[in-house]
Design a protein around this ligand. Structure first.
Ligand SMILES: Nc1ncnc2c1ncn2[C@@H]1O[C@H](COP(=O)(O)OP(=O)(O)OP(=O)(O)O)[C@@H](O)[C@H]1O
Ligand SMILES: Cc1ncc(C[n+]2csc(CCO)c2C)c(N)n1
Length: 248
């Protein structure tokens, strides 16, 4: 069976504030407060191939940094974008795109834009996505953000990042997750969201399991602890991996 290695090393590059050497990623700023230190935000911003604000995400970018950072795009149904923010970024060359459909969220509308760009560029591989601010605030939004990890799992890697959490999907199969324990952990969890049950085998954690059934209402692994730098997880269905982040 193929082993999928999560070696994006972006936590490592964040930690060392170094130049990013992983696969190119696109930054999406969601409509949530930006709570990173200036250093961390700057690193994430500078190393992104493209920067997109999902609607009101632009308000936070503007309020937090007073126009230092100019996104390539603001996209969404634009019901959250403030007029002053729209005018400012427009004057700075940001492309502002109204997509008014009410069947998908502004997060998804931003990912649609990435697919359009990839087609234009005739790109055969897909950009990774780093979505900032996906796990705070409204619970329906958080679940919707996680839903898109499932919906797009065969298309591209999406990382949901907040100041306190890194979340991504593990598809069925074997995974090696390389952790940078200076900023990742100690706690982590494996969540069988969207599936009836998962059969899990892990190594590298304080509470490892071998061929154990995990499902809501029976057993889920939360408040687990990273023991090694490499965590292995085998699952028979897609599950969500979440690890605590502690930026210095
Ligand atoms: N409280 C939140 N928690 C997590 N993610 C959020 C939250 N608020 C917004 N987001 C994310 O930011 C994106 C842009 O936010 P925006 O407020 O424009 O939402 P939306 O998609 O128009 O949905 P709604 O109109 O229901 O708020 C959302 O699609 C969602 O991915
Ligand atoms: C069954 C169902 N439930 C909710 C919505 C509403 N909705 C889903 S995404 C979205 C866009 C948010 O900007 C809105 C309004 C729908 N269309 N279909």
């Amino acid at each position: 069976m193929e082993v999928v290695t999560f070696n994006w090393k972006f936590t490592e590059f964040l930690n060392k504030k170094d130049h990013f050497k992983g696969s190119p990623y696109i930054l999406i700023i969601l409509n949530q407060p930006i709570q990173y230190s200036n250093d961390i935000f700057h690193t994430l911003w500078e190393n992104a191939y493209l920067r997109i604000c999902a609607d009101g995400g632009a308000n936070h970018l503007y309020d937090e940094f007073k126009g230092i950072y100019i996104p390539h795009y603001i996209r969404g149904d634009l019901d959250s974008l403030r007029d002053d923010v729209r005018h400012f970024f427009h004057s700075q060359g940001t492309v502002i795109q109204l997509e008014s459909g009410q069947e998908s969220t502004d997060f998804m509308k931003c990912i649609d834009l990435i697919s359009i760009k990839e087609e234009e560029e005739e790109k055969s591989s897909k950009y990774d996505v780093l979505a900032m601010g996906a796990s705070g605030g409204r619970f329906d939004h958080i679940m919707s953000n996680i839903h898109y990890l499932y919906k797009l799992k065969d298309e591209r890697k999406i990382y949901l990042l907040s100041e306190k959490n890194l979340i991504f999907l593990l598809d069925k199969g074997k995974h090696n997750i390389l952790c940078d324990r200076e900023i990742e952990g100690p706690t982590c969890g494996i969540l069988p969201i969207g599936v009836q049950r998962a059969i899990l085998t892990t190594t590298g954690l304080k509470w490892n399991i071998t061929n154990v059934t995990s499902s809501f209402g029976v057993m889920i692994s939360t408040s687990n602890i990273l023991i090694n730098d490499v965590i292995t997880i085998e699952t028979d269905v897609p599950v969500i991996w979440t690890v605590e982040l502690q930026f210095k």
